[in-house]
Design a protein around this ligand. Structure first.
Ligand SMILES: [Zn+2]
Length: 95
């Protein structure tokens, strides 16, 4: 078993020997490690001003925060700042 933040990587007994990503807090299975776990997470898109003091925040709308949460318990997994139209960035990939 390997953990990365609130993500656990393990072989799931329920799914044979397939390796899956799961939530460290509630053990909810996010999906197989052959896919990006973000496909199975809840996503909240928020303006950059959420993470910056208002007087420093940019209001262009060109960039935004993407917050990824466990769909079962709401634990936050990761936050990315990306261009609004940019696809999700795969944080890590098992080799
Ligand atoms: Zn969870």
């Amino acid at each position: 078993m390997i953990t990365w933040g609130n993500i656990r990587i393990e072989k799931a007994a329920k799914k044979g020997q397939e390796e899956v990503y799961s939530c460290v807090q509630c053990e909810h299975v996010l999906g197989p490690t052959t896919e990006d776990w973000k496909k199975y997470a809840l996503v909240n898109k928020a303006p950059l001003s959420k993470a910056q003091p208002l007087h420093l925040a940019t209001h262009s709308g060109r960039f935004a925060l993407r917050e990824f949460y466990c769909p079962n318990c709401g634990t936050m997994f990761e936050v990315q700042m990306l261009a609004t139209e940019e696809p999700n960035v795969e944080t890590f990939k098992l080799l």
